[in-house]
Design a protein around this ligand. Structure first.
Ligand code: ATP
Ligand code: MG
Length: 170
């Protein structure tokens, strides 16, 4: 059933509260309409947002990172973006990061950053299975930005019962 995006974002931030505190990360929320309502399954959206926000924090363990979470609905399309000003993704890797098990070599060579490389592939498949798109742009150190767009009619079908994918908890 419909729910407020704001409260969904709040859930995600609560789950990541310790990481946010440890990294002294700044969280910026860009939502022209604070009362914006999303259709579909709240749990599903929480997992999608969690994966993207977790990535932004996890790949950028330095202090003082800014993570921006935004959401707007325009012309029957809901657009959600998660951006950070961290290490970024080299352009050669950008085309591949949605593939299963793909992780940027350079990021993980010293490896204390754990992960399976599955998060993004699952998010992408789930979004696309419901008629949406997800894309990424990156200017290392300045702006790495994931953008989800989903038409309103497709959004209403985002329920866990008809979703083929279940999203990982972390
Ligand atoms: P998992 O999500 O399964 O825990 P993971 O986070 O490594 O593992 P993905 O979420 O699929 O896997 O991300 C794939 C890779 O893309 C990451 O390992 C990282 O190299 C790169 N990446 C993803 N998001 C960012 C980001 N915001 N900044 C820099 N690199 C990123
Ligand atoms: Mg991940």
């Amino acid at each position: 059933k419909p729910f407020k995006v704001r409260s969904c974002i709040q859930d995600v931030l609560e789950r990541l509260e310790l990481v946010i505190q440890n990294q002294q990360a700044h969280i910026v929320i860009e939502m022209p309409d604070e009362k914006l309502i999303l259709q579909g399954d709240r749990f599903y959206w929480t997992q999608v947002l969690f994966n993207l926000v977790e990535n932004a924090l996890k790949q950028n363990p330095r202090k003082g990172l800014t993570v921006t979470i935004g959401c707007v609905r325009e012309n029957g399309v809901t657009r959600i973006w998660i951006a950070d000003n961290g290490i970024g993704i080299p352009s050669a890797d950008l085309a591949h990061i949605f593939r299963r098990f793909y992780r940027v070599e350079k990021h993980h060579s010293q490896d204390d950053i754990k992960g399976t490389g599955l998060g993004l592939s699952i998010v992408k498949r789930a979004i696309e299975a419901h008629g949406g798109t997800i894309s990424v742009t990156s200017t290392p150190g300045d702006d790495t930005r994931f953008t989800i767009e989903i038409p309103l009619d497709a959004e209403a079908r985002l329920t866990d019962t008809d979703s083929e994918e279940s999203l990982p908890a972390s």
